[in-house]
Design a protein around this ligand. Sequence first.
Ligand code: UD1
Length: 338
Amino acid sequence: MKILVTGGLGFIGSHTVVELQKKGFEVVIIDDCSNASENVLKGITAITGITPHFEKIDLKEREKVQSFFKKYKDIAGVIHFAASKAVGESVEKPLLYYENNIGTLVYLLKELSHQQRSCFIFSSSCTVYGQADNMPITEDAPVKPAESPYGNTKQIGEEIIRDTCRVTPNLNAIALRYFNPMGAHPSTEIGELPIGVPQNLVPFITQTGVGLREQLSVFGDDYPTEDGTCIRDYIYVVDLAIAHVKALQRLLKGENTDNYEVFNLGTGKGSSVLEVIESFERVSGQKLNYKIVDRRPGDIVKAYADTTRANEVLGWKSQYTLDQAMKSAWDWERKIRN
Ligand code: UD1
């Protein structure tokens, strides 16, 4: 079966392509390479022995999207990763984010709604919950006003899909709300490649570990948590990739009970910033240079997932520990800096 993966050269996309190929799916990638390199294809091929089809297309170019679907008439499902994802940049350039993340979603859904039956997986985020009132966070927790245009594109994206599904019975969609993805493939053939100074914790830690950054700033140690630092649910990217395959299979087999479903993807376990640093120190055998600084505006105190729905309905559960995920991130960082 042929599966389209948009943004398939990106961090989560590339790991998902590998897991799809391992299950025998034929993968077609669309990527505009704005935040990823064609070299990722080599990494994927090195792991699975199969080079996915690749079309360099910017999804904003609607005619190209239309031609794509004319060329590949037999796409059985779409996993849609392609999106801009820098929170800070989205505040500076909101229209860029709405055009990239919302405009392209609308084009894709228009194409899919013409098909006899289509399956669509959407990359959403735990950011839709904001600071949830209860931990762990279930899918029924209310969606809170977004803190950034980026976060808003995830909320609006979910709404667009939900509304479209309501009037398009042949469209079957699942939104996956990721908590904090981290790590790299154990082969170190593919991993995270942040451009410039990383905004996310784990790549900042590993870059500090290899000496590319002098010091990690820990944003606040006066939060109402045990050690005073914020708590997140760090989920290994390979676990996350496997969940995409399970969600897709659910739709392809017609096992979904509604034509629009939502799942949290996390480990169910919260870790503080200091615990993540300790994990790095354990797996790398070296001390990390860090200092405590002021809080970062917009950060929430705590977010970790209730994963019961994904466990029971998708038959999926994260398998890797924080240390295993951290070890993969560290191995990857050292490989790409050599
Ligand atoms: C961030 C985004 C979120 C996005 C997610 C993708 C914000 C406000 N949120 O989530 O929308 O979906 O990434 O992975 O940017 N930290 C430090 N020092 C650092 C970097 C981070 O102490 O240099 C702390 C943060 O304060 C936070 C934790 O580490 O407590 C995780 O931060 P980060 O990796 O940026 O993820 P989120 O903020 O959870």
